[in-house]
Design a binder for this molecule. Structure first.
Ligand SMILES: [Zn+2]
Length: 105
């Protein structure tokens, strides 16, 4: 066997590439805290179309929220892997609130 060149794992950074100074005028501009408010609904696919679009619009230009959502997604995925009995809805709720609080500082 020959030696295989090692590759560094590239972290997917989907939304941090459209900063070409496009004048995107959006009436429903979301702020970062607002994105934080809606992120669970967004990930649960419970957001209305225009709200979802506004959120995606925001994250496209905001690396902070992109990272935040990625963290959220990972956390939710991790929670899904746990046995249902080990995590009560209250605990889940507290985790999510903690995330939101951390966002606000
Ligand atoms: Zn943001």
């Amino acid at each position: 066997m020959g030696s295989v060149p090692e590759r560094e794992t590239v972290v997917a950074d989907e939304a941090v590439q459209s900063q070409k100074g496009k004048a995107v005028v959006d009436v429903k501009r979301l702020s970062c805290p607002e994105v934080g408010e809606h992120v669970t609904a967004y990930l649960d696919d419970e957001l209305a179309d225009d709200a979802r679009r506004a959120l995606e619009e925001h994250t496209r230009g905001c690396a902070d929220c992109t990272r935040h959502i990625a963290q959220f997604r990972a956390t939710i995925a991790a929670m899904r892997d746990l046995p249902a009995t080990s995590l009560s809805p209250v605990t889940r709720d507290r985790l999510l609130s903690a995330f939101r609080a951390a966002r606000r500082r």
